[in-house]
Ligand binder design. Structure first.
Ligand SMILES: [Zn+2]
Length: 107
């Protein structure tokens, strides 16, 4: 089966047209779909670090973070049918969330 290569209109990467929707590659669709959850994740993480530095109980925030991560995983699974790929994307998103956090903290 031959597939036409097109440029993703977000990241500009060349991808087979069969893997795109609305001109976006899978990676960009995943990133967009979890953007709000990633911000929420970063917010909770900062909150937890603040609480921890005050020796407050962080157990509840830890559970909230886990819930956000679950929701990210669910959204990614809706976009990526292959379970192994979905796990890879989730890992990447969580790493990105961590990077975002460090950027904010580094300011
Ligand atoms: Zn893209």
């Amino acid at each position: 089966m031959s597939s036409i290569l097109i440029f993703c209109r977000d990241c500009g990467k060349q991808v087979p047209s069969s893997q795109t929707r609305d001109g976006l590659c899978v990676e960009c669709r995943v990133r967009r779909s979890v953007a709000d959850l990633r911000n929420e994740h970063a917010r909770l993480w900062r909150k937890r670090e603040r609480y921890r530095s005050q020796n407050a109980n962080v157990e509840q925030i830890g559970r909230q973070i886990a819930r956000v991560e679950d929701r990210m995983g669910q959204r990614i699974k809706e976009l990526v049918s292959n379970e192994r790929e979905a796990t890879d994307y989730l890992r990447k998103e969580l790493e990105a969330a961590r990077g975002q956090r460090y950027n904010i903290r580094g300011v």
